[in-house]
Ligand binder design. Sequence first.
Ligand code: NDP
Length: 371
Amino acid sequence: MSDTRRRFLGKLSFGFGAAAAAQSLFVADRRAGAAEPSGRKLGFALVGLGKLSGGQLAPALQKTEHCRLTGLVSGSPEKARQWAQQYGVPEKNIYSYDTFDRIKDNPDIDVVYVVLPNSMHAEYTIRAAQAGKHVLCEKPMAVSVKECDEMIAASRAAGRQLAIGYRLHFEPYNLEMVRLAREKVFGGLKIIEATVGFAIGDPSQWRLRKALSGGGSLVDLGIYALQAARCIAGEEPIAVSAQAGLTDPVKFREVEESILFDLKFASGVVASCASSYAAVINRYRAAAERGWFELAPAMNYHGIRGRSSDRDGVKDLQFPDVDQFAAEMDAFADCIQNGRPTTVPGEEGRRDVRIITAIYEAAATGKAVAL
Ligand code: NDP
């Protein structure tokens, strides 16, 4: 670990204490599994060797302090062998989806990181828990609240931890947005806006097939806007209303293209959010009594920028650019090794899936849905 990264992570846990405390508001009934022996790196197996695993997770695992890549699960033996060579993973630690359950006999693997299409998250999380492994599961946690409940139950029954891949909980600009709101630096918070979108390419990809994705831009990108609104507000929404947008009915036959959704919080704070698979936007803004603070881009892997404004003018926020995935995995490993609960547990993923379900209902019926 570089000195810069060590210094930053030290600062993160100290300087962002308020933000961390705020996030723990969302972790009412969390519990930790049994602690693992500390002092050794935890072995991570990646399940699904696609873009996120290849572009971000495998490289991030080379930078982590507490983790190492020790297992590969893939439907493509050739790709898995190639990765094994590249990352020094022994042949015996390569699994297919059929042989996956044998992972239970492999002491090299402590954590299974589920990086599959969304509708496969539940099955592989449950099978990994039943194999006695801790699980880090990518967002969205699953495609229904029932699946989330089954995943949480399986991890509890196994006495293992379940975390969701909410990388922005480990990103300093995003944590600063939470701190500025929680500490009322610009006075009481009133309004949040959060919109995330990109133009999706290949029309044959699984993200556009409902059976694999569970939904469109909302489950993939809108979930970031929802997370931002919930974390910045520091409370749960009590009602949602929504409206879907569609300009390309051929490409978006099965899942929504764009969706606007409004959240109402008990305090009177309101959030106006949107996601799109057809428009390029990436921005959160919070407005308070004496000023506003914003991130744009807000949720990129790198290059996040932030500004705040009050009557003294507009100021840039200045934080280091971190590897969010390395920070996320190190934080999870640290929790496992010290028997502490993760700050991004299955219960947090379930809250988003429950609200997303209500947003779809609101868009379909044209009526506000109480939560
Ligand atoms: P990819 O399509 O690039 O990779 C998914 C992998 O899953 C495939 O490469 C394949 O791996 C495996 N797979 C198994 N069955 C299927 C199937 N029926 N169809 C397609 N793939 C299958 O997706 P991503 O890596 O972009 O996304 C994976 C997960 O990660 C999603 O849940 C997504 O939401 C999440 N994600 C999170 C991000 C974040 O910032 N936190 C960013 C991007 C994605 P193999 O060939 O090895 O079997």
